[in-house]
Every structure is written in structure tokens, then in C-alpha cells.
Design a protein around this ligand. Structure first.
Ligand code: NAP
Length: 306
């Protein structure tokens, strides 16, 4: 059965793969790398997907420290892997390491999906398109029609969301980041991608924030606030109203909502959490690797059961 056996390995084990990977049946041909990585739920969706498609391969987690992505990718190539997902903190290093970068990944500034074909590494970004698909599924809305307010816009995920929204030519993008200086270059880049989009940088001033919430349709949290149950919300929840579409990129253990999602649901706003992004970015990675539609419901069931 796909997904059986040990699913967590270290880079040292990858070097000694003839021993470390020997007991795997079917063999490991896909992996997610990160630091930390033990918590990753990606195997729980990709292994059911592989099984549903009758592909005799399994998906494992490999712990790779920062600075060693090239070494890891070279080993994956040598060991005959098909694909790799890269998560925190490797998306930028992967961009700089793969042999070919897809234009969208270049534009979003990060690679989270590597496809290995004939010994060559090709880098893609499935987070941006995964965001679009999850917005459509959760809210029945197209990003191109929404005015978007992004918290944590200076981080890797927030930046990718902002650029993806600009590529969709949405009418307005409002950016908030704790370290405001990180947004200077981003504003200019968004304006270059979509001159017709109104791009605004906001600080913490209550009046400016209140009018941004009044203008916005879609509110995105791309800070890590909410990962821990004791975290404060990313903004004063009193700004939310029931017409807002609330997208929290953070995903939490089953049965626990982030304070943001809990409050938004309580006041009757539509919500989407990080599990939806995990699912849809995973489906798009699968489509790159196997060039066929991903078995989305098998993946969703695997995630929910995890
Ligand atoms: P990142 O590059 O480290 O960026 C973190 C962002 O959050 C930065 O803008 C940072 O602001 C801000 N931030 C951090 N701590 C904060 C605090 N205490 N108060 C206010 N702002 C704070 O991380 P990332 O890769 O973008 O990921 C961000 C979140 O999205 C994580 O929770 C991650 O798990 C989630 N995510 C989920 C998925 C998914 O599949 N569901 C995919 C990607 C990311 P500064 O610039 O001031 O440091």
C-alpha cells in the first residue's frame, strides 16, 4: 500500500539511500524537504493520491538544513526521484538552485515544486495558483474581481499572494507588514505587473486600517500568527464584518481554528484556512509531476483524516 513504512528521513540517510530507502515498498520517488519537516502533512495527501492513480511510488519527508538544498536535489536526482516539494525555509534556495525556473515561479520569487526529468531539475511555484483555486472553491469568487488586503505581505507567502493578485489584475491590493520597509520594492513591482491595480501600503494607524477594511473584499493573513493557540490575531478583529471573505494561510491541528477564522465564522463571514491552500498547491504539484489531473478528493480525504 502506498504511504506505508517510515516516512521521515534525514539528509544523511538520503546519502546512504541504498540502505535507508531499501525497506520502502513501493519505493520513495517523491519528497518534501524543509527545516523543520516532521510536522508536514503533505505525505497524508500525496500518498492517497499516488495510490488512487495506481502509481507505485511513495512520498516521504526529508529533513534538510538551510544551505544544503543543492546537495539534497543532487541526491534526489541520483536516487531516481520524480519530484520534490520545498517548504520553509527552502523556497528561495530552491529558486536559485534548480536548472530551469518556470516564469511564474521567477515572478513569484520562490520555488516550492521541483520536477526531475531526465536528470534535470525544473522549478515551479504552486502556492500562487493554489491560492487562486482555493479562493474560487471557498468563496465562489475570482481574485480578479476582489479588492485584497494582505497582512504579512513582506514575507515569502504574502509576497507571492500579492504578486499573484497583481497578475490577476485585481482592482486594489492593500499591503501591511510589521517591517514596513520590506514593502517598498514590492509596491513598485506590483504596479509594474498591473498598472491598473491600485496598490497601497498601510501602517498600523487605526483610521487608515479602518478605511482599508471598508474597501476590502478579501482579507488575507500570511503572517504565522494563529499557529500557536496563544497567538494574538494579526489585526484587531473588530475591523471585520460579515461581508468580508477571510483567508487565513495558517493551518492548525484538526479541531482547532485560528482566532481569526473562529471570529470571522462567528460573525457570519465566509472563511478559508491554510488546509485549503495546502490541498490545492499539492494538487498543482502533482499535476506538474504526472501531467494529469490530481485526484483532489482522495487528497482532501487524506488531509482530513490526518
Ligand atoms: P515568512 O517569509 O517568514 O514571512 C512571515 C511574515 O509574517 C512576515 O511578513 C513577517 O513580518 C510577519 N510576521 C511574523 N511574525 C509576526 C508577528 N509576530 N507580528 C506581525 N507580523 C509577523 O513566512 P512565510 O513562508 O511567508 O509563511 C507565513 C505563514 O503562511 C506561515 O504561517 C506559513 O505556515 C503559512 N503558509 C501556509 C501555506 C499553506 O500551504 N497553508 C503555504 C505557505 C505559507 P516581518 O517582515 O516584519 O518579519
Amino acid at each position: 500500500m502506498a504511504g506505508s513504512g517510515k516516512l521521515f528521513f534525514t539528509l544523511e540517510e538520503l546519502k546512504d539511500w541504498s540502505h535507508a530507502g531499501a525497506g520502502l515498498n513501493p519505493p520513495a520517488r517523491l519528497a518534501v524537504i524543509g527545516d523543520p519537516i516532521a510536522h508536514s502533512r503533505s505525505p497524508q495527501m500525496h500518498n492517497p493520491a499516488l495510490e488512487a492513480c495506481g502509481i507505485a511510488a511513495q512520498y516521504v519527508r526529508v529533513h534538510v538544513p538551510a544551505g544544503r538544498v543543492k546537495e539534497a536535489l543532487d541526491l534526489f536526482v541520483q536516487q531516481g526521484f520524480i519530484g520534490v516539494n520545498c517548504t520553509i525555509p527552502h523556497k528561495f534556495e530552491a529558486l536559485a538552485t534548480v536548472s530551469h525556473v518556470d516564469p511564474l515561479a521567477q515572478r513569484l520569487g520562490a520555488v516550492n515544486t521541483v520536477w526531475i526529468r531526465d536528470g534535470v531539475t525544473y522549478g515551479y511555484n504552486s502556492d500562487g495558483p493554489g491560492f487562486l483555486r482555493s479562493v474560487e472553491e471557498a468563496f465562489g469568487a475570482r481574485v480578479k474581481n476582489l479588492r485584497v488586503l494582505i497582512f504579512g505581505a513582506g514575507g515569502g507567502a504574502g509576497r507571492a499572494v500579492a504578486v499573484q493578485c497583481a497578475l490577476e489584475k485585481c482592482p486594489a491590493i492593500m499591503l501591511v507588514n510589521r517591517t514596513r520597509s520590506k514593502l517598498d520594492g514590492l509596491k513598485a513591482e506590483l504596479e509594474e505587473v498591473s498598472p491598473e491595480t491600485k496598490v497601497t501600503i498601510l501602517g498600523e494607524e487605526p483610521e487608515a486600517l479602518a478605511s482599508a477594511f471598508e474597501e476590502a473584499d478579501l482579507i488575507v493573513n500570511s503572517t504565522p500568527l494563529g499557529m500557536k493557540s496563544e497567538d494574538a490575531p494579526p489585526f484587531d478583529l473588530g475591523y471585520l464584518d460579515p461581508r468580508h471573505l477571510v483567508y487565513d494561510m495558517v493551518y492548525t491541528p484538526p479541531g482547532r481554528k485560528t482566532p481569526l477564522v473562529a471570529h470571522a465564522s462567528q460573525i457570519g463571514a465566509k472563511t478559508c484556512d491554510g488546509l485549503a491552500l495546502l490541498l490545492h498547491q499539492g494538487a498543482i504539484s502533482f499535476e506538474h509531476w504526472f501531467q494529469c489531473p490530481a485526484p483532489l478528493e482522495a487528497m482532501r480525504a487524506g488531509l482530513v483524516a490526518a
